[in-house]
Design a protein around this ligand. Sequence first.
Ligand code: HEM
Length: 330
Amino acid sequence: MNILISAAALLILILLVIVGIEAAGLEYFFGVFIPYMAVVIFLSGIIFKLIGWARSPVPFRIPTIAGQQKSLGWIKSSKLDSPATILGVVGRMVLEVLLFRSLFRNTKYETKPGQKLVYGSAKFLWIAALIFHWSFLIIILRHLRYISEPIPSLVPLLQNLDGFFQVGVPELFITNILIVVSLAFLFMRRTADPKNRYLSLTADYFPLLLILAIAITGIMMRYFTKVDIAGIKTFAMGLVSFKPVVPESINVIFYIHLFLVSSLLVYFSFSKLLHMVGVFLSPTRNLSNNNRSVRHVNPWDKPVRIHTYEEYEDEFRDKMKAAGLPLEKE
Ligand code: HEM
């Protein structure tokens, strides 16, 4: 059911823009108004979330650790998996964000005949997630060519690396294959395994399908339907310089691509995709594990009126005496 709802939602988005462009001629609405609105919702949504997270109390130091903490001098501590210093935390975050270190440790479990539960390594999720995120980043960085003049030197460098195999005209970008295959794997692993299927919701399927559709419409533009790249560059430069122009030569496949990207931007701030910024604000990751060496004073600790034993005895001395209870002060 969740898969159907996600696929239906995606189909509705695509039909909406096809009808909007082909039947109603709403190029300006889908090409200018929607992208601008999407960027505003994306940025304000992220800022709103960041402020909310930054304001959330972190009363205790709760780094999750996966190694020996700093202790006595002769005990070897794990500087990255149980960081005692800011530098250790930075190192840990770099490994987390660039190489998904925690996911690398992911394990799977299954019951063998005779109901024996066995744990095993599950590296495919790590590999697929890494390939997907890096391809996504490289594709987006290569897209800078549409919104910058002169084009930063990073773009041709990435294009050369991505088109390394020099297959086809225009040359095939490796990331185009990698993003589709890794997204397909991330989707299939949720549908194929009953445990994952049971845990997966529309919020898990929809972003996968949406990004897959963005990639596929992009791939169709590049290798199959062909689009007026010069026209799209004029259009994209018009958007970023706030002097929007809508060339007539741009066909509907591009508007689908752009509308799906706009939908992703709007959906982003209300979805689990926020992990992109959330990971940096997660106290289990960004705190050093120095609880033994530094006394942690909870900054959010409200001054709590405490009732000392002395005050207690002063209040109940007579009753305690009557009950024959020992008193500190006679
Ligand atoms: C989440 C954001 C986006 C993703 C993931 C994405 C993905 C892709 C992919 C995978 C391709 C295939 C060829 C390639 O890799 O260059 C592509 C092509 C294309 N994209 Fe995007 N895209 C995004 C946003 C945009 C935006 C905002 C524009 C508008 C300026 C755009 C314009 C195009 C064009 C014109 C092509 C055809 C390129 C060619 O023929 O070589 N894309 N896109």
